[in-house]
Design a protein around this ligand. Sequence first.
Ligand SMILES: C[S@@+](CC[C@H](N)C(=O)[O-])C[C@H]1O[C@@H](n2cnc3c(N)ncnc32)[C@H](O)[C@@H]1O
Length: 213
Amino acid sequence: MDIVNPAIVEYLVSLTPPRHPVLQEMEEYAREKQFPIIGPLVSRFLQQLVILTGATRVFEMGSGFGYSALWMSLVLPDGGQIHCTEFDPENIERGRKYHKTAGVANKIIWHQGDARESMREAKGEFDIILNDIDKEQYPQALAIAWPKLRRGGIMVTDNSLWSGAVITEETPRESTAGVLAVNRDTYGLSDAITTILPLRDGLLLAVKKKNLT
Ligand SMILES: C[S@@+](CC[C@H](N)C(=O)[O-])C[C@H]1O[C@@H](n2cnc3c(N)ncnc32)[C@H](O)[C@@H]1O
């Protein structure tokens, strides 16, 4: 199921200005390999979040070859850091090359292995956490990551409408069950204001309240 009418997507894409040549190269690679990336429409929204939150510390769970991280790094101030996490060392190697070419390698710290473990071990709080790991792991990712988000920070979870599977599957697959659970859990957080933006495949946004009244 298309979340957004394809003609509307086409219109939004037509409004989107040309992007950094390295991003174009990454999109080309993703197309060739059918590798899932968040794409330019969501990425530009992530850039807006980086600017609006004044982020200097970002943690990404599930970075692939660093496409979404490159977008965020382009608007992150000098001295800011994005922690990228990824199972696959080949993706990391590819990501490092792209980031070096784009001149942002000094803002990126890669962690190879399970993003949930890397998040457990991470020190300090983050301004933005992006969750894009395997969908059945989403609820656990939220539980581990939420305490590490600063007040006023935002946790973003991609694919929250999962091509419409959240409303169409009578018996949800494991991945769909993970998405359904994280949506429910996030809306249930008493210290969050949560919303789902029906952009691309659905973007779950949880802002941590500054005070608990
Ligand atoms: C959807 S892709 C990420 C795309 C990236 N956020 C982007 O838009 O450019 C998900 C990536 O997360 C990795 N992954 C999935 N579960 C993971 C986990 N628990 N720990 C680390 N990496 C994981 C996969 O290998 C894959 O490369």
